[in-house]
Design a protein around this ligand. Structure first.
Ligand code: PEP
Length: 255
């Protein structure tokens, strides 16, 4: 039987940054990836306003686009919200759900995050489901309980490698320049993997597990080489094509 390995996923989260002129960064990213025979999966999640404008720039390139959140409904009276169907219509194939900035700024709790993942699937998108503990939870010895609860209540039972990835993003490492140590990442990923297997069965063995938190060109390769890391979710360092390309270069690719 052939062994099928899923490529590492290098995902960029632009957060609330970028205007249409940033198409130049996408074009530079596409130019940098051109002609490379072996690549990880490369995903850029710009603000929803830019998805349609970027869709032309990524056509014919390996770059995929994703949204940063979605409403649980397909349409309706939800002023200011964006549905998964709208993201798909604008050119997305992924959506991030449960990012800590959404959990904090918009009070998005575990059950809502699970419903957002299911909304993504209804629309034909893959979901990147984010989990991670705060500094306070970590220092109070609550890290494993926090992660276990997030897995139990925000990662739906239908999660598979084909429809989702889980991103471990310790909140204290996001946008702070404080990257988790490789030992911390390996340990947290092993814990999360065990919980995913316990709750999802065989699907929990293959679903990709990303690390996020101050990933940059200088640390990407060692993080991407760490046991149990199937990709990275990158914030600040995904905004510039040169930095993001250097991170892509750190990925493990099949030979
Ligand atoms: C993120 O926003 O998901 C993130 C990991 O940000 P940064 O890389 O800037 O820490």
């Amino acid at each position: 039987m052939d062994i099928v390995t899923t490529p590492q996923l290098i995902a960029g989260n632009w957060k609330m940054n970028g205007l249409l002129a940033a198409r130049g960064e996408i074009a530079a990213l596409a130019a940098g990836l051109k002609g490379r025979a072996r690549l990880p999966e490369v995903l850029v999640c710009p603000p929803a306003t830019l998805l349609h404008g970027f869709s032309g720039a990524v056509a014919g390139t390996p770059i995929k686009l994703g949204g940063q959140t979605c409403h649980t409904a397909a349409a309706g009276a939800h002023t200011g919200d964006v549905s998964a169907e709208m993201l798909k219509d604008a050119g997305a194939s992924y959506v991030i759900v449960g990012h800590s900035e959404r959990r904090t700024d918009h009070n998005e709790a575990n059950a809502l995050v699970a419903a957002q993942a299911r909304a993504a699937w209804r629309a034909g998108l893959s979901a990147i489901i984010c989990i991670g503990e705060s500094e306070a939870q970590r220092s109070a010895g609550q890290m494993e309980k926090t992660l276990a609860d997030q897995i139990a209540y925000s990662v739906p039972s239908e999660t598979t490698v084909a429809n989702a990835a889980v991103a471990y993003e310790p909140i204290w490492a996001i946008g702070t320049g404080k990257t988790a140590s490789l030992d911390d990442i390996e340990g947290a990923h092993a814990f999360i993997r065990a919980r995913l297997e316990a709750s999802l069965g065989p699907a929990g063995r293959s679903v990709r597990l990303l690390y996020g938190g101050s990933v940059k060109p200088s640390n990407a390769k060692e993080i991407l080489s760490t046991r149990g890391v199937d990709g990275v979710l990158v914030g600040g360092a995904s905004l510039k094509a040169a930095d993001f390309l250097a991170i892509v270069d750190g990925a493990r690719v099949a030979v």
